[in-house]
Design a protein around this ligand. Structure first.
Ligand code: GLU
Length: 442
């Protein structure tokens, strides 16, 4: 059976790292199995859903290179929900209720006050057709609950949490439809998962109790429930879901110079104890993606670690992949010389400026100036060949180590550290190098 996964965001805000991790893991799960990954826009809540967010979700996934194999939108599927709902009505698996929020709240408080679990008492199940007719007459519209089967024990083998058991007698029948006819999340999601042939539902552990309820919805609709896996929530370094993490979107990370490959590499492993593999090839990451590696402890998202992974990615990023972020004129040789010194591609511009000049070199002592004058002359024979130049100068001056290299680096780049001079010097070129050495010699 082809594995089909889905990512089902509600377009009520920007995706944050937590959602992105869920999207990525679903994509990797499908890719690992040679299956399909679907995007489902959960926009049944017309008031809170916005088209801008739908577009932002698509753009974020595209930036990450996550290409869904298909897209569905809940707001375009109301006919299907209505049909399936009517089947549940006919089967007696949904029922009409009229309690107000205040009444329900009161019922809950009474139960809690008696030390009992606040389970809905199913009072509305006792209403007769005459009662319903009277309510309709009085202009009262019902909301609908799904009738849990209290004799049907709920169990599943969770892909991350292991065996799960729920007693339906300890659960409230969930409200699935509001009095105005609009849908709550629960039932449309199940109808879609059936219709889309979803085989694996992978989502956050905040959905565990929803899963317990939804499993009965699958069976009530005559479908085999999919496999379920629930991931531990993402927390910040300070140990809780920080405000920053909850709102940290891709645009902020992109502005900080984070590359999609870095985010993918880190998020693919977050929640496992496996080391991050800073691989550019997502198939390599997908190949080793394995839900059984994930633990139940909260997954810690550390921005400093993301920047470290980013540096590792940048150090191996091919020119063709980086070129659109590089200053004009900066070629492949320059990229390869400079990238080992970068944490973010944006810093390449600084080093490219060092190559193209002008630079400001620190003033030198008399002895160094004489040495640099000699270097300028030596360049004439060695050309922009660092090994040849330094070998010749070592020979003629007896200098070695720092005394040999540092004044040259300072005169040629204006800095004490930086990319390998043997790669940098040919980029600067013989004439410019000679001029810089001569300038520093005074
Ligand atoms: N729209 C739901 C959410 O964002 C989807 C949950 C699910 O994956 O079923 O929480």
């Amino acid at each position: 059976m082809t594995v089909i996964t889905r990512f089902a965001p509600s377009p009520t805000g920007q995706l944050h790292v937590g959602n992105i991790r869920t999207a990525l893991h679903n994509w990797l799960l499908a890719r690992h199995a040679g299956g399909r990954f679907m995007l489902r826009i959960d926009d049944t809540d017309a008031e809170r859903s916005h088209e801008d967010y739908v577009e932002a979700i698509r753009a974020d996934l595209a930036w990450l290179g996550i290409v869904p194999d298909g897209e569905e939108r809940q707001s375009l599927r109301f006919d299907l929900y209505e049909r399936e709902f009517q089947r549940l009505v006919a089967a007696g698996r949904v029922y009409r209720c009229y309690e107000t929020a205040q009444e329900l709240d009161l019922k809950r408080k009474v139960l809690l006050g008696r030390g009992l679990p606040p389970i809905y008492d199913r009072a509305a199940l006792n209403l007769t057709e005459a009662d319903h007719a009277a309510k309709a007459e009085a202009g009262e519209k019902p909301h609908w609950r799904f009738l849990l089967n209290r004799d049907e024990a709920i169990a599943w083998q969770d892909g991350i949490r292991g065996p799960q058991h729920f007693d339906p007698a300890q659960m409230s029948d969930p409200v699935i439809r509001r009095a105005d006819g609009s849908w709550l999340y629960m039932l449309p999601s199940v109808i879609d998962d059936i219709d889309m042939g979803v085989t694996d539902v992978l989502r956050g552990e905040d959905h565990v109790s929803n899963t317990a309820t939804q499993i009965q919805m699958f069976t009530a609709l005559g479908a085999q429930p999919p496999r379920f896996a629930h991931e531990a929530l993402l927390v910040g370094t300070e140990g809780k879901l920080s405000k920053r993490l909850g709102s940290l979107g891709l645009s902020a990370l992109r502005d900080e110079g984070i590359e999609p490959e870095a985010l993918i590499a880190l998020l693919a492993r977050l929640g496992t104890s496996d080391p991050v593999d800073p691989a550019l090839d997502v198939d390599q990451i997908a190949a080793s993606f394995d839900l059984s590696r994930f633990g139940r402890a909260p997954a810690r998202f550390d921005e400093a670690e993301l920047h470290r992974v980013n540096a590792a990615i940048v150090h191996r990023l091919p020119y063709a992949r980086a070129v659109h972020l590089l200053p004009p004129g900066m070629g492949e040789d320059a990229w390869e010389a400079i990238r080992p010194n970068l944490e973010h591609i944006g810093e390449a511009a600084d080093w490219w400026q060092v190559v193209t000049g002008p630079i400001t070199a620190p003033p030198q002592e008399q002895a160094e100036r004489e040495f640099l004058a000699e270097a300028a002359a030596a360049l004439e024979t060695t050309g922009a060949d660092w090994a040849a130049l330094t070998a010749a100068l070592k020979e003629s001056t007896g200098r070695k180590g720092k005394a040999l290299f540092l004044p040259l680096r300072q005169a040629l780049t204006g800095r004490d550290h930086g990319p390998d001079m043997s790669a940098l010097l040919p980029l600067i070129g013989k004439d410019a190098a000679k001029a810089r050495l001569a300038a520093a010699a005074g």
